[in-house]
Design a protein around this ligand. Structure first.
Ligand SMILES: NC(=O)C1=CN([C@@H]2O[C@H](COP(=O)(O)OP(=O)(O)OC[C@H]3O[C@@H](n4cnc5c(N)ncnc54)[C@H](O)[C@@H]3O)[C@@H](O)[C@H]2O)C=CC1
Ligand SMILES: O=C(O)/C=C/C=C(\O)C(=O)O
Length: 487
C-alpha cells in the first residue's frame, strides 16, 4: 500500500498510471465519484501529454520482443491473465460496480467471466491461426499475420473492463503492445488489470495504462506517429475528432459507436416475449450501445402491447446496484443525467407523452421511461440518449416498419419480435444493422462480428475481425522454381 492506493469496497486499487512496468504518478489528480451515492472514491492520476507520450514510448520499446515471443508463450501468458481475472472476480465485480453503478450480480456472473473469456478466446485463436496455403499457376500463396505495432485503445465507462479487454486481448494475442486509456469516469478496474497482467508474467511495457481526460491526452495518443492501430468505443463526436487526428499518419482505426436501434414488434409475435424484450432495453440503466430504444409496434397490437409493457415496467426494481434484487442501478454521472433529462424535457415540450416515467428519481437515478406521440424526425427518435428512455411508435405495414427502422443515421443493431419465419428473413435482409436478433436480445458470441454501419462505427470487432485488425496481413507467393537445391 502506498499513498497512491485507494481502498475501494475493501479492494486495494493503485491510482497511478502503469507505464513500462512501473507505477507513475501525475502531479495532479482528478476525482473519481461513485454513481451509487455520489460519494468520492478518490483522486486518480490526471495524465498529461508527457505521460501519454511516455506510454507510447514504452509500448514501442517493448514491441520487438513481444512480437517475437513464440505464439505458445504469448497464449500461455494470456491464459494466465484469464486465471488472474477468474481468481479476482469478486474484487473486480465490486470495484466495477462501485465505479460505474452497473449491477453487482451481472458483474459477478456475467461480465467478469466474459473478461476472462476474452483472454482465453484470443489466446486460443492465436494458437489455431491458419489459412491453408493455396496455389496460383504452380506458385504457393502463404498468408501470415504480422503484429502491427503499438496500439492505442480508448474505452468508455458503460462496460469498462469488458470493453477494454475486448480490445486488449486480441491486440496482445496478435503480438502488439498496448496503451489503454480508460474512461475518466471509470478508471479503477483497468488499474487492477495492470496488477493481474504483471502477476501473470506479461513483460514490462507490453500493456501500459494512462489515466485521465480524453480531452487532455487523447490527441497526444491518437496523433502519435509510432502508434500503428487505434481502437475506440464511445461517442460519435469523439470518434470524429479521433478520425481527424489520425489523418496525418493514416493510422488504421476501428470505431464502435452509438446506436438508436429499433425493436420491431409485429402483430404475429408472442406479445409477452415482445414485452420482455422491450423491458430488457432498460438494462444497465439504458447505457448500452446496442439497446433497442425505439420500439416500433404494429398498430393492431399497440394498445395491448403498451398495457402489458406498462404493467411489466412497474415491477422493475431500481436502486442500489449491489443488492441482488435490483434490476436497474444509477446513471453514471450528474452530467449524463442532465443530458438524459434534457432529451426527455424537450421531447415532452414537443408533444410527447410519458406513458411510463419521464422524470429524474432521487440522486443519480432516472426513472425508466417510455414516450409515445413522438415524431420520426424528432430529436428523441433520432439521437442516442444513453439512459433508460424508450420511445414507442406504430406502423401498419411491413414496408413502413422497415422504413422507420432504418430511418436514423445509425445502424448498430435491430431486434424483431415475430412469429413468422418468412417475415423475419424478409425484414432482416432489409435492415441496416450490424446485428439482428430475432425473438431474442443480447445473445452475444465473441466469434461473431460486432459493430455497426453508418454513424454506428467503422469496422467490426470479435473473432477474426478483431484479430486481423491488429495484424499486418502478409501474403507470400513463392515460385516453384529457382531453388538452388532443385537446380
Ligand atoms: N457506443 C458506446 O458504447 C458509448 C456511447 N457513448 C455515447 O457518448 C455520449 C457521451 O459520453 P462520453 O463519456 O462523453 O463519451 P466519449 O466518447 O467522450 O468517451 C469515450 C472515451 O473517449 C475518450 N475521449 C474523449 N475525448 C477524446 C479525444 N479527444 N481523444 C481521444 N479520446 C477521447 C474518453 O476519455 C473516454 O475514454 C453518451 O451519452 C453516449 O451517447 C458513450 C460511451 C459509450
Ligand atoms: O457486451 C457486449 O457484447 C457488447 C457491449 C457493448 C456495449 O455495451 C457498448 O459498446 O456500449
Amino acid at each position: 500500500m502506498t499513498e497512491h492506493t485507494l481502498t475501494v469496497a475493501g479492494v486495494a486499487v493503485d491510482t497511478r498510471h502503469w507505464i513500462g512496468g512501473e507505477r507513475v504518478a501525475s502531479a495532479e489528480t482528478f476525482t473519481d465519484v461513485s454513481p451509487i451515492d455520489g460519494s468520492v472514491i478518490g483522486g486518480i492520476s490526471r495524465g498529461t501529454e508527457a505521460e501519454a507520450v511516455a506510454a507510447v514510448a514504452a509500448a514501442k520499446a517493448a514491441f520487438p520482443a513481444w512480437a517475437a515471443t513464440p505464439r505458445a508463450e504469448r497464449a500461455r501468458i494470456l491464459h494466465a491473465i484469464a486465471d488472474g481475472v477468474e481468481k479476482r472476480i469478486e474484487d473486480l465485480a465490486i470495484v466495477e460496480t462501485t465505479d460505474n453503478g452497473a449491477l453487482l450480480r451481472s458483474h459477478r456472473r456475467g461480465v467478469m467471466p466474459r473478461v476472462a473469456h476474452n483472454f482465453r478466446f484470443f489466446a486460443d485463436w492465436l494458437l489455431n491461426l491458419e489459412h491453408g496455403d493455396f496455389e496460383t499457376r504452380g506458385h504457393t500463396n502463404h498468408v501470415s499475420w504480422d503484429p502491427a505495432g503499438p496500439s492505442v485503445l480508448i474505452t468508455p465507462w458503460n462496460a469498462p473492463l469488458m470493453l477494454s479487454t475486448w480490445k486488449v486481448a486480441p491486440a496482445l494475442a496478435a503480438g502488439n503492445t498496448v496503451v489503454l486509456k480508460p474512461a475518466e469516469w471509470t478508471p479503477l478496474t483497468a488499474s487492477l488489470l495492470a496488477d493481474i497482467a504483471a502477476e501473470a508474467g506479461l513483460p514490462a511495457g507490453v500493456l501500459n495504462i494512462v489515466q485521465g481526460y480524453g480531452s487532455e491526452i487523447g490527441d497526444a495518443l491518437t496523433s502519435h506517429p509510432d502508434v500503428r492501430r487505434i481502437s475506440f468505443t464511445g461517442s460519435v463526436p469523439t470518434a470524429k475528432r479521433i478520425t481527424a487526428s489520425v489523418a496525418a499518419n493514416l493510422t488504421p482505426l476501428s470505431l464502435e459507436l452509438g446506436g438508436k436501434s429499433p425493436l420491431l414488434v409485429f402483430a404475429d409475435a408472442d406479445l409477452d416475449l415482445a414485452v420482455d424484450l422491450a423491458v430488457e432495453q432498460y438494462d444497465n440503466a439504458g447505457q448500452v450501445c446496442l439497446a433497442a430504444t425505439r420500439i416500433l409496434v404494429e398498430e393492431s397490437v399497440a394498445e395491448e402491447f403498451t398495457r402489458r409493457f406498462t404493467e411489466k415496467a412497474a415491477t422493475i426494481v431500481q436502486g442500489d446496484p449491489r443488492d441482488e434484487a435490483t434490476d436497474i442501478g444509477p446513471n453514471i454521472h450528474e452530467r449524463q443525467l442532465e443530458k438524459i433529462d434534457g432529451f426527455v424535457r424537450r421531447a415532452l415540450d414537443a408533444g410527447a407523452r410519458a406513458v411510463v416515467g419521464g422524470r429524474r428519481g432521487e440522486g443519480q437515478y432516472y426513472a425508466p421511461t417510455l414516450l409515445t406521440d413522438v415524431a420520426q424526425d424528432s430529436e428523441i427518435v433520432q439521437e442516442e440518449v444513453f439512459g433508460p428512455v424508450l420511445t414507442l411508435q406504430t406502423f401498419t405495414t411491413e414496408e413502413e416498419a422497415v422504413r422507420l427502422a432504418n430511418d436514423t443515421r445509425f445502424g448498430l443493431a435491430a431486434t424483431l419480435a415475430t412469429g413468422d419465419r418468412d417475415r423475419a428473413a424478409r425484414v432482416t435482409e432489409r435492415l441496416v444493422a450490424g446485428t439482428v436478433w430475432v425473438n431474442c436480445f443480447f445473445v452475444r458470441d465473441l466469434q461473431a462480428p460486432f459493430g455497426g454501419s453508418r454513424h454506428s462505427g467503422v469496422g467490426r470487432e470479435g473473432g477474426t475481425w478483431s484479430f486481423d485488425f491488429y495484424c499486418d496481413l502478409k501474403n507470400t507467393v513463392t515460385a516453384p522454381k529457382g531453388w538452388k537445391d532443385h537446380g
